[in-house]
Ligand binder design. Sequence first.
Ligand code: DAH
Length: 354
Amino acid sequence: MGAETDPTATIDNELSALREAFLPRFRAATTEQTLRDENAKILGKKGELTRILAMLGKAPPEGRKAIGAKVNALKQEVEAGFETCLRDLRKAGREADLSAPPFDLTLPGRVPVALGHKHPISIVREEVVAVFRQLGFAVHDGPDVEHEANNFTKLGFPPDHPATDMQDSFWTKSNHLLRTHTSNIQIRAMTTLKPPMAFIAPGTVYRRDDDATHSPMFHQIEAFLIDRKVTLAHLKGVLAEFAERLFGPNTPVRLRPSYFPFVEPGAEVDIGCVFCKQSDGTRAGCSLCKHTGYIEVLGCGMIHPVVLENCNIDPDEWSGFALGMGLERIAMLRYGIPNIKLMFDNDPRFLAQF
Ligand code: DAH
């Protein structure tokens, strides 16, 4: 057999050629990807070294072992060479990053960043809180999950009142409930503080209600005042001041007798319709105020003596008033929002308008 046809010699030649060539090829790669591509051309399934390995089968058995060892040695060299080049390439990349001119962090962004802002309910809550703080009211807080006594019983709700029903309120297995109004804070304040007191209590409330004007979760603010010789006139004065500061000067206020278990007398409060108000202050009537010129905004009344007694406060010495309003309703009036759901969907196109 002549040297030129000896597969062992051919394999040997090819191994030598590859040994010479692989490192310069790796070194020539300037990116990780081209380095990996070059490595695959040699060690991949159809790679050059893999092909040489396949030729081993044709070599005479006596030389096969030695040449096999050479192939394996080269394979290890190629692998080690690849790793070294990869490491060098990454190191060079990192050094280039570090020595590049620094970013100017003070440059303004190319795309203006849209700023978020307050939700209409938050805006209105802060406004109402600000008005009552100006009038000298403190701000109280309380839990969303409440005892039946604080939410209903001590406020004078009879045990069979519909609001106490499973169908109307959210009850827990342990017979607590998600408070249905912020009036629970009245009881919490009266059972922990001594009169006189004046506070408001903003908070989230829950009812089993869900349509265009009702949401199962909504927001209320309660206002509450106890002192000696408080009369309905004080209540009306606070309401007039509130309406004026929130809805503008000379906003008419009217009280309509109404029933709430914890007040006597109780009333619903209307303000002059904000929708059909003319520039001269007159109101023509519109569909939103059902052509009455007035719109309902809250419930109020003089604290019922029984409620005071339930909290160990002497009704002969102390009297007071309470009022409660829905913040969604105030926001809808304030901004002419037609559907309460818009305030819970939180579509940015809606929110951006406030
Ligand atoms: N708690 C009542 C409600 O949820 C609102 C209310 C009415 C609060 C009269 C009061 C009040 O403090 O005096 O509808």
